[in-house]
Design a protein around this ligand. Structure first.
Ligand code: GLU
Ligand code: ZN
Length: 318
């Protein structure tokens, strides 16, 4: 009997908060390869929900960087802030189930009420919200009139953890860090809510991203469940790190694509380098994304974070 094969649907979801750097580019290239190697559909969504941080021209710059790398997508880019009514509807669905409540705590109050965040391997663990406002206010109006503050909305989290099977990282029992924000104090949806609502609306069946978002996945799975939508499969890849083993950041120098372009590095040597760091190409390879399609296998990607020493590999092509 023949199986009816459904084309996978993936997405590139850049936040236009600055310029793309090597780490982002690696995730996008892998997301592209994973979908394109199976003839699937790939969407582009610009996650500009963090209003004030989005610089003018950043959306165009992000799209241009992706095109320069040689990546493509199906349909028009979707701009997240153009779908706020969709997020509102989802919030209503949660509200009807009495799953959300107003919270007037400031960041500082949450930090003071919670036990001190601990640091492990240079990553500061998220502060756990201790539930201060759980049964404190009758409704948003009450919360506002008592405190003079605009409340955020938090989701009631009843379960300590959510189990799921990551397609790269393996079986996970992801701990939840208490009731989390689904609508921020300024009235905009939180990242956790927006990403779930938008992926669901786009029919996304596969989310491939770096494992700095692994700890968000339990919260997102909970939202899929409460919203009554099937969750995609998740693939979290290790981050690219510097020689000191810490995630690639400013301290390791400028790894923005803009910089490499400025210095005359070709897209093909960049793609080749990302392919090399991902176990898909030999060192020194110059190639286009489509040249990596044939050999693409998730299990060729190293389990350990790939180290970027910032010196070798990338030199200007003459
Ligand atoms: N926009 C998010 C970021 O750039 C990615 C969200 C996601 O892949 O779920 O960090
Ligand atoms: Zn609170």
């Amino acid at each position: 009997m023949e199986h009816h094969k459904i084309s996978p649907v993936g997405r590139l979801a850049p936040s236009p908060t600055g310029v793309l750097h090597l780490g982002n580019a690696r995730s996008f290239l892998m997301a592209w390869l994973s979908i394109r190697s199976r003839g699937g559909i790939l969407r582009l969504r610009i996650e500009d929900i963090d209003g004030p941080r989005v610089r003018s021209g950043a959306i165009e710059q992000t799209i241009e960087d992706l095109q320069w790398l040689g990546l493509d997508w199906d349909g028009e880019p979707e701009i997240q802030t153009e779908h706020l009514s969709r997020h509102e509807k989802a919030l209503e669905v949660l509200q009807q189930q009495r799953l959300v409540y107003p919270c007037t705590c400031s960041r500082r109050e949450v930090e003071q009420a919670a036990s001190a965040p601990h640091e492990s391997e240079g990553i500061v663990a998220e502060t756990i919200y201790p539930g201060t406002c759980r049964d404190r206010w009758q409704d948003e109006k009450h919360a506002r009139s008592e405190t003079g503050r605009d409340p955020a909305l938090r989701l009631r989290v009843m379960e300590p953890a959510v189990a799921f099977d990551d397609q790269f990282t393996g079986p996970q029992v992801g701990e939840l860090s208490g009731d989390f924000v689904v609508r921020k104090r300024d009235g905009t949806p939180s990242y956790q809510l927006a990403v779930v609502v938008d992926d669901a609306a786009a029919g996304v069946t596969e989310v491939l991203r770096a494992d700095d978002l692994l700890s968000s996945t339990p919260r997102q799975l909970l939202l899929y469940r409460h919203l009554g939508t099937a969750a995609p499969r998740f693939i979290h890849l290790p981050l690219i790190v510097g020689p000191d083993g810490r995630r690639l950041a400013k301290r390791h120098g400028d790894t923005s694509l803009a910089r490499y372009r400025r210095e005359g590095v070709s897209a093909q040597s960049l793609v080749g380098t990302l392919g090399y760091l991902s176990g898909l190409a030999d060192e020194g390879t110059c190639c286009r994304p489509e040249d990596l399609l044939d050999g693409f296998q998730l299990d060729r990607i190293p389990r350990e974070p790939s180290v970027w020493d910032g010196r070798s590999h990338l030199e200007a092509d003459d």
